[in-house]
Design a protein around this ligand. Sequence first.
Ligand SMILES: [Cu+2]
Length: 188
Amino acid sequence: MRLKFVSLLALAIALGGWKVTTTLQAQARSNDPNITIMDNCSENDPGYDPFGGCPETAPFPGSASYHGDVSVNEFFALLFSPLAPGGQVIGHPSWRNEPSYISINSGQKVRVTNGGGRQHTFTHVANFGGGFIPPLNGALVPAPECANPGVLTFLPYKDSQTLTGLASGVHRYQCCIHPWMRAAIRVN
Ligand SMILES: [Cu+2]
């Protein structure tokens, strides 16, 4: 429950929503864990237009319900680092899953919601790897699941999916577009 509260608090901070503290505390007592997929693409940057816009489903520029600050230039500036000379992808830290690790009990569901402005995937993989967009992979070898339409589930802006029936153990998930967006779910 603490993890869930931290994630909701982080979301509140990210959205500047301090006024919803009471609601968050009530939700934190819920038994249903949540993971929020996040990015901070700037809806005012037309540089996202060739990539589907930001937010992707709203008439460009973005709707009043979404706000992000990251320009396309900033996104690409943080994609790699000169201190990772092998071409290991670093990725913009605001493209992320909150929280990136949760621990649940067998039988619990996990709701995954895209709270960012871009399309993402939350794909179950055997091993973390690259996605299906080679320029965003760097030196990562693509995860085979990211090339499998039967496994790949796109999660558009504002959409949710619910994970059910997870077996005991540690499950790995990643975005097949932005492969540094990873998460692990431990099922006890
Ligand atoms: Cu993504």
